[in-house]
Design a protein around this ligand. Structure first.
Ligand code: SF4
Ligand code: SF4
Length: 93
């Protein structure tokens, strides 16, 4: 279980949406789910999260590692995550 709290505050800080690995197609496909997640970030049993992968499972869409923004993210610094690419490997690598 991730140590990163699934809060709206952390979701807003997540830099995944501005990352080169997060393709335009994945962003479009994930948009409705990610909007719902912002309303209730804890309601993850019913919804797969395609964002803040350090707090949820890995992506079901991103599969090419083209750079990672985690190191520049406030959530990464606050929780001293020490890993990157949470979208391709659950728990990061
Ligand atoms: S976990 Fe890293 S590589 Fe994956 S989308 Fe987020 S910032 Fe990009
Ligand atoms: S550390 Fe990476 S996955 Fe976690 S909130 Fe920041 S950008 Fe998103």
């Amino acid at each position: 279980m991730s140590m990163v709290p699934r809060t709206r505050e952390n979701l807003i800080k997540c830099r995944c949406k501005s990352c080169p690995s997060y393709t335009f197609t994945c962003k479009m496909m994930a948009m409705p789910g990610n909007m719902i997640l912002l309303i209730d970030p804890m309601d993850n049993d019913k919804l797969h999260a395609e964002t803040m992968f350090c707090a949820y499972d890995k992506s079901q869409c991103i599969n090419e590692e083209k750079g990672c923004e985690c190191g520049n993210c406030e959530v990464f610094k606050k929780y001293e995550l020490g890993k990157t690419y949470f979208c391709t490997v659950t728990g990061g690598k």
